[in-house]
Design a protein around this ligand. Structure first.
Ligand code: UDX
Length: 443
């Protein structure tokens, strides 16, 4: 099929590239000409394992194209995907200005029957707004063109996005039109070699809701475990053991019950807020969802509190080595990363930070921690330790999992680790003579 994907952010770029990989002809559109120029030359603006090679392969085989000209590419496409950003508005709701701007442009330029797919995470009712926007533009043009608006939310995870897209747990298609559903089924059938049952069709509003509910449910699991971790610590239990104890119940399961320094990223914080806001707009107070958010905000500061409990409120003259800045491993993304909040708090108390992250240091330096003084960046995890009072681990990159602890002890002023992701064994730390603070188990 001939596809147009509008928006070359995470979702747009990964979706467009994977559709091209499956043999479709895809043009990815963006208003950012510099970004499009880079992409034409295979330069991708994000770090995502495997993506660069896949983009290049499909550029070479002429299945993947990049352009700033939506009007031109709409003429020959079968399906247009809207994958532009839905940033959080000041009131916590998803801001639809980019989505509706694209809808307007589609209405102004479409020439023939078209399926328009909302792939961005959008509140319930957005497909109707997209439809109305396109319809009004067609009326201005005095045209009567048949089109359908379909909801097809994306569930990919950063860091494993290609795998998630190529081998999805499920694909949700929300459509009120059988022909459009059938076309979507054809598009996705190569992704389900064994079972088409994983393509779930439903009405548009339920599909829009499904995306928010999936993210809110996962965020709830995390906040629940973080709350349990804090209680475990107070009662003298070990959350790492409790986690294994409960995960063995197949009704609960092991995934997404790892306690830590709270969830971050581009989706959970924004989507939990937006769902709360949607409920509020309909006169409902979403108590549990509000609590999920509050627990997460508090959890981001747990490690900073442990540092203060150990070193005092005034951290003047103290140096901390921070391992990990990204909101999770395998990405350079720092959106809502706990590291931002923790580092700012420690610096405000007078501390100096020596930071290292395998991928996110550029983001930190040029954007998220740009204004924060007293943070220096090193190109190796061991270099951050020199003269530091303690090491603080905030992202569970594989390379932090089994470091040379003797080297660590030698470099630090005193052997102290604050572990925001429970990466080490506390007995081993004790045997090594390392003072070890973690989440959900008393030191
Ligand atoms: C998430 C969803 O998983 C994905 O389906 C959706 O499309 C977008 O949002 P992503 O934000 O890339 O994906 O990251 P994910 O791997 O889900 O992790 C989110 C956050 O939860 C991270 O900050 C991670 O550290 C945290 N987390 C995850 C925990 O604290 N504990 C866990 O057990 C799992």
């Amino acid at each position: 099929m001939n596809l147009t994907v509008i928006g070359t952010g995470y979702v747009g770029l990964v979706s467009g590239t994977c559709f091209a990989e499956m043999g479709n002809t895809v043009t990815c559109i963006d208003v950012d000409a510099k970004k499009i120029d880079g992409l034409k030359n295979g330069i991708i603006p994000i770090y995502e394992p495997g993506l660069e090679a896949m983009v290049q392969r499909n550029i070479d085989s002429k299945t993947l194209h990049f352009s700033t000209n939506l009007a031109k590419h709409l003429v020959k496409c079968d399906i247009a995907f809207i994958a532009v950003g839905t940033p959080m508005g000041d009131d916590g709701s998803a801001d639809l200005k980019y989505v509706l701007q694209v809808a307007k442009e589609i209405g102004q330029n479409m020439q023939h029957t078209l399926i328009i797919v909302d792939k961005s995470t959008v509140p319930v009712g957005t497909a109707d707004k997209v439809k109305q926007t396109i319809q009004s533009e067609l009326e201005v043009r005095k045209l009567n063109i048949d089109f359908q608006v379909v909801s097809n939310p994306e569930f990919l995870k950063e860091g494993d996005a290609i795998n998630d897209f190529m081998k999805p747990d499920r694909v949700v298609v929300g459509s009120d039109d059988d022909k459009a559903s059938e076309k979507m089924r054809r598009l996705y059938s190569p992704f389900f070699r064994s079972s088409m049952d994983r393509l779930i069709t439903m009405d548009v509003r339920s599909a829009e809701m499904t995306k928010y509910v999936a993210n809110a449910m996962l965020a709830t699991k995390i906040s629940f475990m973080n709350e349990i971790a804090n209680i475990c610590e107070l009662v003298g239990a070990d959350v790492n053991k409790v986690r294994i104890g409960i995960g063995s119940d197949s009704r609960i399961g092991y995934s997404f019950i790892y306690p830590g320094s709270g969830y971050g990223g581009s989706c959970f914080p924004k989507d939990v807020k937006a769902l709360k806001k949607t409920a509020q707009e309909h006169g409902y107070t979403a108590q549990l969802i509000s609590a999920v958010e509050d627990v997460n905000d508090r959890q981001k500061m747990v490690i900073a509190k442990k540092v203060v409990d150990r070193f005092g409120e005034d951290l003047t003259g103290k140096i901390f080595a921070v391992w990990g800045l990204a909101f999770k491993p395998q990405t350079d993304d720092m959106r809502e990363a706990p590291a931002i909040y923790i580092i700012k708090d420690l610096v405000k108390r007078g501390a100096k930070i020596q930071a290292y992250d395998p991928k996110a240091m550029d983001e930190a330096q040029h954007f998220y921690l740009k204004e924060v003084t007293n943070v220096s960046y090193f190109n190796s995890k061991y270099k951050t330790l020199q003269g530091a009072d303690a090491m603080i681990l905030l992202t569970e990159w594989k390379e932090f999992r089994s470091p040379d602890f003797e080297e660590l002890k030698q470099q630090l002023k005193q052997p102290i680790i604050f572990d925001g992701r429970n990466q080490y064994n506390s007995q081993m730390m004790q045997d090594l003579g390392i003072e070890y603070f973690q989440i959900g188990k008393k030191q």
